[in-house]
Structures are given as C-alpha cells and as structure tokens.
Write a protein that binds this ligand. Structure first.
Ligand code: NAD
Length: 290
C-alpha cells in the first residue's frame, strides 16, 4: 500500500526527522512538510536544503491540520511534546515517532493523548554519529529495519498507514513488543554506545595515548562521537535494561581480568575464540544488510 500524506509535521527537524522528510518528498508521498524545532538557524537551514516547506516554533498551532505527525526529538523530550500537541491534534491525525526507546515514549503518549490508538511507536534502526538537519539524507533508511511496537490499543488503520510511511522511505518494517524492543536494543545498541563513551574517557585520561591510536580505535569508538544529549536521554529512558547489560559486560571483563592476573592463556583463547565465532557468524548472515 502506498501512502499519500497531505501535511506532515516533523517535530525535531534533525538527522532522523530531516531524513524522513527528504525520503518522503523524493518518493512523492507528501504534499507539505512543516518543521518544528528549537533553533531558528536549524529550521532556516532545513528550508534552504529543501527538507521542509515551512516552520513553526509552536507545536500546538503547527499540528492543527496535520494528517501525519512525526516526533523525532531526544526521547526524554517526548513527554513535553505529547503534552504540547495533545489538545490541537485532529481526530484523524496519525502520530509516529523515531525514538530509540519505546516503553518510555508509549507511557508519555498514554498520559497525554486523547486518541492514543492513533499513535504508532517506531524506531528506525538507521543513523549516523552526526546530528542536525545538515546531516540528513534521503537514503538513510534504505533497506534498514524499522521496528514498530504497537499494542492492543493501536488502531489497525493507523498501524497500516505508519507501516506504509516507513516502507515509503525504504525501510523494512518489523513488529515487536516495546518490552522486547527495549531489551534487545539495550544489548546491541545502548550498551555498545556506553562502552564506547567509557573507553574513550578511560583512554583520554592520558593525553599521549590518543597520538598513537589508529584504525582499530577509530572503528571501535566511532559511536562515541554521537550526540551526548540524545544518549543521556536514551540511557535514562531505558535504565534497567541497560544496567542489566552493563552487569553482563562487567562479568565478562572480570573473567578476562582474572585470567590475566592468573596468566591463564586458555581462558583468554576460549573467550576470544567464542567471540570471534559469534561475530563472524553474525557478519556472514547479516553483514550485507547493515
Ligand atoms: P538530532 O539532534 O539530529 O535532531 C533532534 C532535533 O530535535 C534537533 O533539531 C533539536 O533541536 C530538536 N529538539 C530537541 N528537543 C526539542 C523539543 N523539546 N521540541 C522541539 N524540538 C526539539 O537527533 P536525531 O539523531 O535526529 O534523533 C532524533 C530521535 O531519533 C531521537 O529520539 C533518537 O533517539 C532517535 N534515533 C536516532 C538515531 C541516530 O542514529 N541518530 C537512530 C534512530 C533513532
């Protein structure tokens, strides 16, 4: 099913919101895009780049005649966004989001929205370490997964429309529960980001070390250049799942540390070999779809 959006309002016109707008425009699926954001410079740049047609600083007036609203702000800001738009949305408007955590966003939607059944939570598994509308590009979601986490309240037609919208930007849509989403993403995305921040901080305690860092360090730490504000929000909004994954990582590090102290090459070899096998298997199965 293709989608035809008359008026899309993008709240948070950054990398993700801007890329959705560009991809929908390129696909010919949207007539008008209004951007909402915090900085005039960013919104003016969005108009210049052809990402949005116009902008409005006031969420409540921006969404009045929207048929689709995309919330693409850092996840802790979603609560205030839902509160601001709740009274102005039409009965028929559909809302989706792009937040990296899903349970926290759904709790906010339920708290504020009159027509919460028309909110379809989404998380595109695509991004870069860059932020802001200048980093947006139409191909960002091509052949990437987008996870939707509807629940029993979600309106079937709204779900179908949102599914079509994410497919129109090139994504492969998967559906799962918000609980499962937050647990899986804590493991494969949130923990690696926190580990990358921690490694850079640990290494950065000695100024000299960076001078000798090479490609391996660059590859391992690329995601530590991501937006600190966005990652503070993700960490706080998926706190328990991430704490569980940090505990699992600490257990693995303790095994390595004990093996080193005991000069036990056997344990090191087993651990390195099982990690290599798991990663090689993952890459051969999914590497060309990343
Ligand atoms: P970004 O920083 O590029 O853009 C966010 C935009 O939201 C900025 O323009 C900012 O000014 C605006 N904003 C912040 N608070 C606001 C508020 N209260 N009201 C209106 N605008 C506000 O970030 P992004 O990478 O586009 O991320 C947006 C969302 O998408 C986040 O929830 C993030 O978790 C999620 N996400 C990010 C990635 C990624 O790799 N960057 C991937 C998937 C999902």
């Amino acid at each position: 099913m293709s989608i035809a959006i008359k008026h899309l309002v993008v709240i948070g016109t950054g990398l993700i919101g801007g890329s959705v707008a560009l991809a929908l425009k390129r696909a010919g699926c949207v007539e008008r895009v209004t951007g909402v954001g915090r900085s005039v410079e960013n919104l003016e740049e969005a108009v210049r780049l052809g990402v949005i047609d116009d902008f409005n600083h006031d969420i409540a007036t921006a969404v009045v005649d929207a048929d689709m609203v995309l919330i693409a702000v850092p996840v802790a800001a979603c609560d205030q966004v839902f509160a601001a738009l709740a009274e102005s949305l039409s009965e028929t408007a559909i809302i989706t989001d792009a937040g990296s955590t899903k349970q926290s966003v759904m709790i906010s939607a339920e708290k504020h929205l009159k027509y919460v059944s028309r909110f379809v939570p989404a998380h595109p598994i695509a991004g870069t370490e860059h932020s802001g509308v200048g980093a947006a590009f139409a191909e960002l979601f091509e052949d990437k997964k987008c996870i939707l986490t509807p629940n029993e309240q979600t309106d079937a037609k709204a779900l179908a429309q949102v599914q079509s919208m994410w497919q129109a930007v090139g994504a492969r849509v998967k559906i799962m529960s918000a609980v499962e989403h937050d647990d899986v993403l804590a493991a494969v995305s949130h923990l690696p980001h926190l580990a990358a921040f921690a490694i850079v901080n640990a290494v950065g305690k000695s100024d000299d070390a960076f001078r000798f860092a090479a490609g391996g360090f660059r590859d391992f730490t690329r995601i530590a250049s991501s937006s600190p504000e966005m990652w503070r929000d993700i960490a706080l909004c998926n706190q328990q799942s991430i704490v569980d994954k940090i505990d699992a990582l600490q257990e693995e590090l303790t095994i390595l540390r004990d093996a080193l102290n005991a000069h036990d090459g056997g344990v090191l070899l087993d651990k390195f070999a099982s990690a290599k096998q798991a990663r090689d298997t993952w890459m051969s199965k999914y590497g060309d779809k990343l």
